[in-house]
Design a binder for this molecule. Structure first.
Ligand code: ATP
Ligand code: MG
Length: 572
């Protein structure tokens, strides 16, 4: 492709509302343009990257035995009522009605639609197992669309669904998909990690997420420094306290703590570590205007996913308002505590193991010191409510936990019969008995991968595409093109030859200064830059530069083929 005929509008500056590097670079390089919040157009260069990711995904899904389908993006509300998700899914589901006032939604995912197909088409165990997949646009009315296509409202997903006769068959396909996902991210040239995960709104008991590791990732990934264990922090079980609760010490005492509103203030004021304090958080209950108290150690962080699973607590978790807290505790948030609370209360296992702790007195400006369970207040239900911390023992018994940031690019689930049961997707098994089919489902954020790849591969000059997903592999930059007939001829010949050899080549034949061309080439992240100049032609050499390196080198023109083969090799 000649750059002179491609109206790419690269930009020096990123728009102020682009917070993360990938979003800035995608806009600056002209890969995407925003239409509305969380809704983006893909321009030619960006679309080429999407297509490359899709191709890798499609090849691996086919290799794993998947059958490609395309399901409608507009789905009848009726189906979602059958599965029970019309009410459960919440405002992320974009709902509307047609001219007959029938409910519809724009598909955020397709379990209902595929289960409807399965219950119509599948009759016998002989047709199983089967895996269907599609690559398609989804819509989720995200509460905070941000970071460009990373957390968009409209995005492209590959979703696959498998149907089985029993749990063993589901497990087998799950393993095949796990391996296929690993190959997809490997082939895409990304550093990734598979982790145990929470199943969220999709459901099911077992699930794994695949994360591209990058500092800007929205998720915290925990992993053992010595063993195999890796999990999303949302799903990582906290180790139970290592020792028995110590015996109670001195009597409970009320102390004035003027102007101490946070755990840090209180710890400073009373000169105690945060691990000897408890904090009390209030969240919304299942029923109108009810609140539930959550008690954690002062140095621990609430895990919203774990808490929302407990009976009596609203899912997704929602913090109570200041007015609700005042009503439940009789004081403002800075002075609340568990002693004398009347509402449903859960205590984290570590907080339940404390003796002689500090907590709010439920009276503004006061705290209690040397508080002890049983003696000073009743024990409550206890549960694992907190995030694990770096340095804690790994649950697999090997080593301690490390924490890294990750971008979730894929998620696989064992759904079991969550959809086939309520929707009646049944087949006859070997014994002639009708059973609901266990299911698996497997999602990949195709457009998110593009942003995640940039997040992981860039420098101050621009994108550094992994070769397998670069929009073009090679950029030819001629120096002094308008004036030098030799340069023009050599560049044209090379452009034509490399194209014939099957390379994807951009030819910067614009009438622009070399500096401008070099900067654009770096911004666009093209893996190999070839510079053609008079001096090189005299010497029989060509200047090559790998986007990952800072320096260029001159190589014999005859060895160019070897260089390209070596540099642009991708695994199939
Ligand atoms: P997240 O936790 O990031 O909101 P999710 O767990 O809701 O994602 P899944 O239902 O597991 O997402 O969807 C499968 C894949 O689709 C995700 O792993 C992710 O790569 C992609 N995806 C989900 N939501 C978005 C979004 N808003 N924008 C872009 N990609 C998305
Ligand atoms: Mg997910």
């Amino acid at each position: 492709m000649r750059l002179s005929s491609m109206p790419i509008a690269t930009q020096k500056e990123a728009p102020a509302d682009a917070e993360i590097v990938s979003h800035q670079l995608m806009l600056r390089a002209g890969l995407i343009r925003k239409l509305a919040a969380g809704i983006y157009s893909w321009l030619p260069l960006g679309l080429r990257v999407v297509r490359k990711v899709e191709r890798i995904v499609r090849e691996e899904m086919d290799r794993a035995g998947g059958l490609e389908v395309v399901l409608p993006s507009v789905q009848p509300g009726e189906l979602w009522r059958e599965s029970g998700r019309w009410d459960y899914y919440g405002p992320e589901l974009l709902r509307f009605s047609d001219r007959h006032e029938r409910d519809f939604c724009y598909g955020p995912t397709h379990e209902e639609v595929i289960t409807d197909i399965a219950r119509r088409e599948l009759r016998s165990y002989r047709q199983l197992p089967v895996t269907f997949y599609q690559i398609q646009t989804k819509f989720r009315d995200e509460i905070r669309p941000r970071f460009g296509v990373m957390r968009a409202r409209e995005f492209v997903m590959k979703d696959a669904y498998s149907f089985h006769i029993d749990a063993a068959s589901l497990h087998e396909t799950y393993q095949v998909m796990y391996a296929a996902y690993s190959r997809i991210f490997e082939r895409s040239g990304l550093h990734f990690r598979a982790v145990e995960a929470d199943s969220g709104a999709i459901g099911g008991a077992v699930s794994h997420e695949f994360h591209v590791l990058a500092d800007s990732g929205e998720d915290a990934i925990v992993y053992s420094n010595a063993g195999e264990y890796a999990a999303n922090i949302e799903a990582a079980a906290a180790p139970p306290p290592a020792h028995e609760r110590p015996p109670a010490g001195p009597a409970m005492e009320k102390v004035a703590t003027p102007n101490a509103h946070t755990i840090e203030d209180v710890c400073d004021f009373l000169d105690v570590p945060a691990s000897s304090c408890v904090k009390t958080l209030f969240v919304c209950g299942d029923h109108d205007n009810e609140v539930v108290a959550l008690i954690l150690r002062g140095d621990h962080e609430l895990n919203a996913i774990k808490a929302a699973k407990l009976p009596g607590i609203a899912d997704p978790l929602q913090m109570a308002t200041a007015a609700q807290i005042l009503q439940a505790a009789g004081s403002n948030p800075g002075s609340v505590g568990p002693v004398g609370l009347g509402c449903l209360t859960y205590t984290d296992l570590s907080a339940a193991n404390l003796a002689d702790f500090v907590c709010g007195a439920n009276e503004d400006g006061f705290h209690l010191r040397s508080v002890n369970w049983v003696r000073d207040l009743d024990e409550t239900s206890s549960a694992d409510l907190r995030n694990v911390k770096k340095g804690e023992a790994s649950p697999d018994g090997h080593g301690t936990l490390e924490i890294a940031r990750g971008i979730e690019v894929g998620h696989i689930f064992k759904l079991e019969t969550k959809y086939s049961d309520p929707m009646g997707a049944k087949v006859l098994n070997r014994e002639g008995k009708s059973i609901a089919m266990p299911m698996g489902c497997y999602g990949i954020g195709v457009t998110r991968i593009v942003a995640a790849a940039i997040e992981q591969n860039h420098d101050e000059r621009g994108i550094i595409w992994p070769a397998a997903i670069a929009p073009y592999q090679i950029m030819i930059i001629p120096i002094n093109l308008p004036k030098s007939a030799r340069v023009r001829e050599a560049a044209e010949t090379l452009y034509e030859r490399l194209g014939r050899q099957g390379y994807e080549v951009l030819f910067d034949d614009r009438d622009a200064r070399p500096g401008v061309k070099f900067a654009d080439c770096d911004l666009l992240g093209i893996p190999v830059r070839l510079v053609i100049a008079e001096r090189g032609l005299d010497a029989g050499t060509i200047e090559v530069r790998d986007r990952r390196d800072s320096d260029s080198e001159n190589i014999e023109i005859d060895s160019l083929d070897d260089y390209l083969q070596d540099r642009l090799a991708v695994s199939e």
